[in-house]
Design a protein. Structure first.
Length: 209
């Protein structure tokens, strides 16, 4: 009887170890694939702004990289120009979101690092079921699908407005309108409205459509 119990325990322990091993291997493969750009090559972090949590990956288009450098200059100032800050991250979020050509799958949603932390999960989920729904996987870099490439962007309007919802209040929230142009017109939006709130020293997007 004792031998049977010991054998049963050993079998259970073995099964648990196998499951853990499978999860580790699967997690490693997922991480490896998510760390690749749209050509199947490993992505690298070119630069970052640690105190704000912003990172620049080498898979980003040149137009986005140029704006990131400007953002670094704005945020390193002792007195941050919040109007310029709002313009830059509005442009960057819109460019990153609608430049689908460099995305590896429908879950590789652009612009998420600028979204209000409480809204990120819903933002990614909604995007994966709408704008990103038909983006084919490209982990091997062999995708033939035609996807939008953003070539330019411009701030059309910026204004401050009061925001209040439950216990959240911001008397100087931002409403920014961003226009974008594409390499080829595939029917994607050419003007996007972005709304931002102050969260301590950061600006975070709570609306983008």
């Amino acid at each position: 009887m004792k031998k049977k119990r010991r054998l049963k325990k050993k079998v259970i322990v073995l099964i648990v170890l196998i499951i853990i091993l499978i999860l580790l291997i699967t997690g490693g493969l997922i991480y490896k694939n998510l760390s690749k750009d749209s050509n199947g090559k490993p992505t690298k972090v070119l630069d970052e702004i640690p105190e704000y949590g912003y990172v620049l990956k080498d898979s980003a288009p040149k137009i986005y990289k140029d704006l990131f450098k400007k953002l670094m200059d704005v945020l390193k100032e002792e007195n941050v120009d919040y109007d310029e800050y709002a313009k830059l991250i509005s442009q960057m979020a819109v460019i990153d979101f609608y430049n689908l050509d460099n995305k590896t799958s429908k879950n590789d949603v652009g612009g998420a690092q600028f979204i209000r932390s409480e809204n990120v999960d819903n933002f990614v989920l909604e995007a994966s079921e709408t704008v990103y729904k038909y983006v084919e996987q490209n982990l091997d870099g062999k995708r033939k699908q035609q996807l939008p490439v953003v070539t330019s962007s411009e701030i059309k309007d910026l204004k401050k407005e009061k925001y209040k919802y439950k216990d959240i209040k911001d008397d100087e929230a931002y409403n920014v309108k961003v226009s974008i142009d594409y390499k080829e017109d595939l029917g994607y939006p050419k003007e996007v409205e972005v709304k931002l709130l102050h969260t301590d020293k950061k600006l975070e997007i709570y609306y983008m459509k």
